[in-house]
Design a protein around this ligand. Sequence first.
Ligand code: SF4
Length: 381
Amino acid sequence: MTTHPLRQWLTQRGWTQRQLAALLGVSESLVSRWLRGHRSPTAEQLAMLVDAGADVVRIAVDARSDAEAAIEIARRVPSANLCIDLQENYRLAELLAPHVAKLRYNPGHLHHHEREKPWREKVRFLAEQALAGDCAMRIGVNCGSVDPAKVADYEKGDSISPMLDSALEHAAWLDELGFTRYVVSLKDSDPLKVIEANRRFAEARPDVPLHLGVTEAGLPPDGVIKTRVAFEQLLSRGIGDTVRVSLTVPNPRKGEELEAARSIIDDVRHGRTRSVVHYDRSGLNIISCPSCSRVENEAFVELAEEVREMTRYAAEHAITIAVMGCRVNGPGETDDADLGLWCAPSYVNLKRGEESLGAYPYDEIIPRLREELDALIATRG
Ligand code: SF4
């Protein structure tokens, strides 16, 4: 998606949507509508992905204006099977379900709004909307946003069991509701965790289709390699029904995700999997998100590339650096990395583990990251 001129203008001047809304005396959602009024690039990108062979295309929506834009996009590109990522606003399902092929919800996000309402009621609402709208659903469990109640039930170092528990619980509840048209995904940025989580789920519920993906796999070729590690182990065991390769590449190059997916599937089909029998986690690991509609500064992809270039000297060190595109998931999804960057419209936040080290302009962050990386290497010897 190209950046809307108004968003560029806001970003360059350090304005937020909220500030502009206050100045103009209009609602924030109206500003959001203006920003998203430039809809055709999304439809064009969608058509490009369909042409590249995407069977399902996922779009994230946060607000009613996003949902209306998604419906318009579904109308403009009827050949696309749209999967809508409901993010935190699960009630938008009512509007969207009749127009799209699938709704995706994240069990962890259901706790962010209407906290007093039990999650089972929210899922019941989603299932009713999906039934009424004749669409499918995905229970999308993600390592960075697991249901907090599940996390509390397990040891701190065990990140797989809470994901698994959450996915199994939601699947059982949909079964109880009589809603059977659903698929489950369990994603992590670590391919070995993706393998374990999906193997354990498939053992417990071999009847439920699985959508596979390594989230925040990062820039190619590393992102493709990480994904290949996971997919080879799973697909070769008959686990996995749909796949997504998530790469940090500019939007016009998103077709590369499809090419990578096809090539991995083809290799597995023909037994060409011997090249990846061991995943070496002893060196530098850079994870970065694939970007989505929440990216507020498209310099993010360039930044991820600069991080990779600058950090090449540290290739031998077992350090994880996370680069995330937005302020919604960025703060949480960088917690487990040794060093983390998450992008706001006009500055980049730097973290060491869970500790914040401050916010820096885009043109100052790389030397600052280098300082922290050097310090970390010196500490670890
Ligand atoms: S971290 Fe990246 S992929 Fe995840 S919501 Fe933010 S911009 Fe989108």
